[in-house]
Design a protein around this ligand. Sequence first.
Ligand SMILES: Nc1ncnc2c1ncn2[C@@H]1O[C@H](COP(=O)(O)OP(=O)(O)OP(=O)(O)O)[C@@H](O)[C@H]1O
Length: 232
Amino acid sequence: MSTILECKNLSKAYGNKTALSHIDLALESGHIIGLLGPNGSGKTTLIKLINGLLTPSEGELYIDQNPVGIESKKIVSYLPDHTYLESNLKVREIIDYFKDFYDDFDEIRAYDMLAKLQINPSDKLKTMSKGTKEKVQLILIMSRRAKLYVLDEPIAGVDPAARDYILDIILSNYDEDATILISTHLIADIENILDEVIFIKNGQIELTSSVDEIRESQGKSVDALFREVFKC
Ligand SMILES: Nc1ncnc2c1ncn2[C@@H]1O[C@H](COP(=O)(O)OP(=O)(O)OP(=O)(O)O)[C@@H](O)[C@H]1O
């Protein structure tokens, strides 16, 4: 197992507003990790730094031993918290774009997941419900053979009945030595697939732990511990 992501004394401020403060973090490959914290705690800021959409105010960030840049972008598959796909396109046209754009895009995997979720590749995005659009975007992101998947609120718009099914599909399609970092508020829905959690509060790491450790040492679920730690 190797370190897929490392933050050293990482800070980010927007003007005089500190969003992340002196974060030290190392993530091992081969795990599914929940990035959990209340609104405004710094999750999206960290995710944007990982993806090179923001630059640190201080400190360093390495992905698979490389600083964030062209090399790291080749191995990170990123699902942002908003839709950016052109809504006038059909799903199969977007798949063609992804194939051209990413060497590691696995078309067969994408069509297989679409079929399992009964999404017609000939449909245009603009004809789909918000939840179905989110499913399509997630399928595209998970169809890359990336080393690190970074998912910002992946199932927020998906109905509860479909969430487990989607999570199963994600799990059955990703390589076991890859890493998934998931930011979510839907902890109870997702905690069964998590190996590790990071609790983040006011831009600082409050806790990093394996899920098993939380259950064994605290005798509670991640969701219950989160509610306790972040009680308003
Ligand atoms: N562009 C910006 N300009 C100024 N402040 C910002 C900007 N983006 C985020 N912030 C601030 O940085 C802090 C962290 O925000 P961030 O979006 O990273 O939190 P989050 O944990 O992702 O929140 P949520 O769960 O609500 O999505 C917040 O206080 C937020 O107001």
